[in-house]
Structure formats: C-alpha cells, structure tokens
Design a protein around this ligand. Structure first.
Ligand SMILES: Cc1cc2nc3c(=O)[nH]c(=O)nc-3n(C[C@H](O)[C@H](O)[C@H](O)COP(=O)(O)OP(=O)(O)OC[C@H]3O[C@@H](n4cnc5c(N)ncnc54)[C@H](O)[C@@H]3O)c2cc1C
Length: 123
C-alpha cells in the first residue's frame, strides 16, 4: 500500500467522471464534497490541504486503426533530432495508459544507454 500521508494523517480521494467539456465541474465539486460529508463527516475541520482537478486527462492520445493502432504509435526516439526521446501513454508499441508510459520509459532508457555505449566505442 502506498504511503500518501505522514503517520496520523490521511489522503482521501473522491472522484467522478465528467463530460469532456468540463462544464459541470463546479457542480461536480459540490457533489463530491457532499459525498465526503456522508462517508467521512468532520473532514473539513481536519483539512490540511486540498486539490480539485476538474480536467484530468485519462489518455493523452487515441490509437486509431487508420494509423496502425498501438503498433503505429511514435517513438521513443524523435526522428531527425539526435538524443531526443519521448515517453508517455501515446508512445511506443507496447501497452495502454500507465503500462504504455512505463514501457516507453524503459525502452527510451535502454536506447539511451545503447547510444552511449555506441558513442563510447566509436570515440
Ligand atoms: C481519473 C483517471 C484514472 C485513470 N486510471 C487508470 C488506470 O486504472 N490504469 C491505468 O493504466 N491508467 C489510468 N489512467 C491513465 C494514466 O494516469 C495515464 O495514462 C498516465 O498517467 C499517462 O502518463 P504520461 O506520463 O503519458 O502523462 P501524464 O501523467 O499526463 O503526465 C504528463 C505531465 O506533463 C505535465 N505537462 C503537461 N504540459 C506541460 C508543459 N507544457 N510543461 C511542463 N509539463 C507539462 C503535466 O502536468 C503532467 O504532470 C487514469 C487517468 C485518470 C485521469
């Protein structure tokens, strides 16, 4: 279990999915506070810090079949720019969402290490 707060404190998340426009974000915040009043009464008196994130991005890109699906995603190396790599859930031919982010980060790190070995061997 991840430790998200110091001993004696707690981090509480409440969330709901909104329409992509985010138009009902303020109403959504009141609704979430109401839910917390019900399940965790007294939270307002104990509050140290709060963060309201009404427009979180779930996925940074779709993978349309017309662009080859997952296998058609770009990177990690950026074409025509040496030593620049991208990582994220829109990168690489493996996984979806967080899996794709970590898979592309691992691939980018391996490619950077291989490039360095090659540069050292040439020098
Ligand atoms: C509510 C929700 C539920 C989810 N549930 C799951 C799940 O169950 N399983 C799963 O695998 N995935 C889930 N995801 C998706 C997962 O969180 C994302 O796929 C993953 O975080 C993408 O990682 P990323 O590094 O590509 O992008 P992000 O995590 O979006 O990171 C990009 C970072 O770049 C920063 N940034 C943006 N623009 C700039 C700029 N101009 N300059 C500097 N910094 C900038 C942003 O602030 C952000 O910190 C969920 C996402 C959400 C929002």
């Amino acid at each position: 279990v991840a430790r998200l707060a110091p001993t004696g404190a707690a981090t509480i998340h409440v969330a709901k999915y909104l329409h992509a426009s985010g138009d009902d974000a303020c109403a959504g915040e009141r609704e979430l506070e109401g839910l917390l009043d019900t399940v965790q009464p007294g939270w307002r008196e104990c509050l140290v810090e709060r963060q309201f994130l009404p427009l979180m991005t779930v996925a940074n890109a779709l993978v349309p079949a017309a662009r080859g699906g997952i296998a058609g995603r770009p990177g990690p190396p950026v074409p025509d720019i040496r030593n620049v790599y991208v990582v994220g859930d829109w990168v690489g031919a493996e996984g979806m969402l967080a899996d794709a982010t970590l898979a592309s980060a691992k691939l980018a790190a391996a490619q950077i290490a291989a490039d360095r070995r090659e540069a050292v061997a040439v020098a």
